[in-house]
Design a protein around this ligand. Structure first.
Ligand code: GRF
Length: 318
């Protein structure tokens, strides 16, 4: 089977040595991602020249004189234009708008030269030295609206040596960064197609609905009203099809046909379930989890007894 690599865009502002580390790691045959775009707010960023020489598409747009929101929109358009699925920030020295962060929620990583939550922001080496830390280090985290504050997915401590200056320390931390970033990115992009991870995402949302529980049905995680009907199944490699999909209830054959026609790569008619159900692929790498939550809620509502849907209706009014 030919491996489809996950498409990654890297945003840089300067040297781009982390971008280069990601790029060269991606040259390994078993690397699960490829770098398809390197974009910068600094048209002079040396990393752009390197990326271009290595045959990677580049995009540059100086932020000077532009509103932050407009600049972010242009960067976002470039990423989407290149069919980017995940974003890596490698020394991208811009504060991002919440809108931009929101559009890449859970799919954007940043590398930071400290052991977060210690020393967010700038001058991390100076602080580690001034505080007499035995170790500095680097962290990779999911980007949220809080600066250097999202969930940490990987860290490498780097020993402080006698006589270290911020420069000597930074140089060694950078070596650790180059190792760490690619590993974290590879983990993140493969997590999205891991059946266990996808089932856990569904579970979290399904069990958040009132009075629901989980059982296993024909090897599938299955969610229903306690002692009542089922409203969702997760199909895991059914008959070896290699796919992970969510099965939810819909209004019937017409809707089923319409969805499949609309997006035949994502929707299919689940075998043995009939007209009242639709299967939604979860493993395409671009799953909109908000929409999945809505599908689950709708499916739940279609089978939930009055006394439960009534409760939700009342809650919705507040
Ligand atoms: C690195 O120290 C990184 O941790 C920080 O910015 C620097 C970027 O360096 N976020 P480079 O451009 O990747 O060489």
């Amino acid at each position: 089977m030919v491996m489809r690599r996950v498409r990654v865009g890297v945003l840089i502002s300067g040297t781009g040595s982390n971008m280069a580390a990601l790029l060269y790691a991606s040259r390994a045959a078993d690397c699960p991602y490829e770098i398809v775009l390197v974009a910068s707010n600094n048209p002079q960023a040396p990393g752009l020249t390197l990326a271009a020489a290595e045959g990677v598409a580049t995009f540059a747009l100086a932020h000077k004189g532009m509103a932050r929101a407009d600049h972010d929109l242009a960067m976002d358009a470039a990423l989407r234009g290149a069919d980017v699925q995940f974003v890596a920030l490698g020394g991208y020295m811009r504060i991002l708008t919440p809108e931009f962060v929101g559009r890449w929620e859970g799919r954007m990583l940043n590398i930071h030269p400290s052991l977060l939550p210690k020393y967010p922001g700038l001058h991390t080496y100076e602080q580690a030295l001034a505080n007499g830390d035995t170790h500095a280090g680097c962290s990779v985290h999911i980007v949220t609206t809080e600066l250097d504050g999202g969930p940490v997915v990987g860290q490498t401590p780097v020993a402080v040596l006698p006589g270290d200056t911020p420069e000597t320390l930074a140089a060694r931390v950078l070596i650790a960064e180059h190792q760490l970033f690619s590993r974290c990115l590879a983990d993140l992009v493969t997590q999205g197609s891991s059946p266990e991870h996808l089932a856990a995402q569904v579970r979290e949302r399904a069990l958040a609905l009132p009075e629901t529980d989980e059982v296993v049905s024909h090897g599938m995680p299955c969610f229903g009203i306690v002692k009542g009907k089922k409203f969702a199944y997760v199909s895991l490699n059914h008959h070896g099809d290699g796919q992970t999909a969510l099965l939810v209830k819909i209004s019937g054959l017409d809707e089923q046909a319409m969805l499949i026609e609309q997006d035949p790569a994502r929707y299919y008619r689940p075998a043995y379930f009939g007209d009242g159900w639709i299967a939604i692929r979860l493993d395409l790498g671009d799953t909109d989890w908000g929409a999945i939550g809505d599908w689950l809620a709708r499916s739940w509502r279609s089978i939930a007894p009055r006394k439960l849907t009534g409760l939700i209706d009342v809650a919705d009014q507040f």
